[in-house]
Write a new protein. Structure first.
Length: 283
């Protein structure tokens, strides 16, 4: 364990002291070949993160040092893939994210993320199964695949993990690899959900916590029915939520937020249409 303390409060936590901040030196040595693309990302992104963030990292040793695994992570900001990658890389693994396919179509950036071994996802399309196949192949090669079970930034008003999709469970049960829950908090203070302008200073604390693998052994021998996948997904989300409760120092709602039941769109900015409607009504 690097840091024993946790954040308190859902909006503004106590200012960390130097004793609270996780050391910059990576606690575990990288055992896999990094490649030019990921090395380029580290050279560019890591110094920026060290400049604008403080780190409260806990139990990173729960991430397997080698071998295929799935990390199931909550999603609170468009920035948090970078802060999550920082944590995972520090613990000696190269994270392979399931990223929106549109990112791969951006000139230059697309080549970098593709060469870095990231996995494109075409959401709500007939090609969505290709990302599942690619993710299973990746963990089969021994890669560390990072999945956001919620599928997008949480719609919960207080940014608690919402109802998860079954992708992480399907990958893990199909390939028999462990699912390690990871909770993160703090990136939303730098870049709020769907905001375009970051608040870089003062430096914000990024809290990351990894837990023990989610117990799924009793489900691995069963057919992958919707009921089995839902049970596995609920277990994964329960473990991620408990880690976030420890970080935030408060209890999550008793019932997990369901965007579909709330009438919110499941991808993209859920409030964009309402904002455009208000703008059209203005004189």
């Amino acid at each position: 364990m690097l840091v024993a303390s946790t954040l308190t409060g859902s909006t503004v936590g106590p200012c960390p002291t130097r004793r609270d901040e996780a050391p910059v030196a990576n606690p575990r040595r990288l055992r896999e070949r990094r490649g030019w693309a990921f090395g380029f990302c580290v050279a560019v992104v890591e110094p920026l993160l060290l400049l604008v963030t403080r780190r409260r990292w806990r139990d990173g040793e729960s991430i397997p040092a080698e071998g295929g695994c799935v990390l199931a992570v909550n999603h609170v900001s468009h920035l948090d893939p970078l802060t999550c990658a920082h944590f995972v890389y520090a613990w000696g693994r190269i994270p392979r994210f399931l990223a929106k396919a549109e990112v791969f179509e951006v000139p230059v950036l697309g080549r970098i993320v593709r060469s870095a071994g990231q996995i494109p996802v075409r959401r709500s399309s007939t090609d969505a199964s290709a990302s599942f196949t690619a993710a299973v192949a990746a963990v089969g090669r021994g890669d560390c695949v990072v999945v956001y079970p919620e599928g997008t930034i949480t719609r919960d008003p207080d940014l608690w993990p919402m109802r998860g999709k079954t992708g992480a469970a399907r990958i893990a049960l199909s390939s028999r690899v462990p699912v390690v829950p990871v909770a993160q908090w703090g990136a939303q203070r730098i870049l709020a959900p769907y905001a375009k302008r970051p608040h870089l200073f003062p430096r914000r604390t990024i809290a990351m916590s990894a837990g023990r693998p989610v117990p799924l052994d009793d489900l691995r021998e069963q057919p992958l029915t919707p009921e089995v996948l839902r049970e596995a997904t609920d277990r994964i989300m329960d473990h991620v939520t408990r880690l976030l409760e420890e970080i935030r120092g408060e209890d999550a709602p008793g019932r997990r937020f369901d965007p579909r039941a709330a009438g919110l769109r499941e991808t993209g900015n859920p409030y964009a249409r309402a904002r455009k409607s208000r703008e059209r009504r203005r004189p």
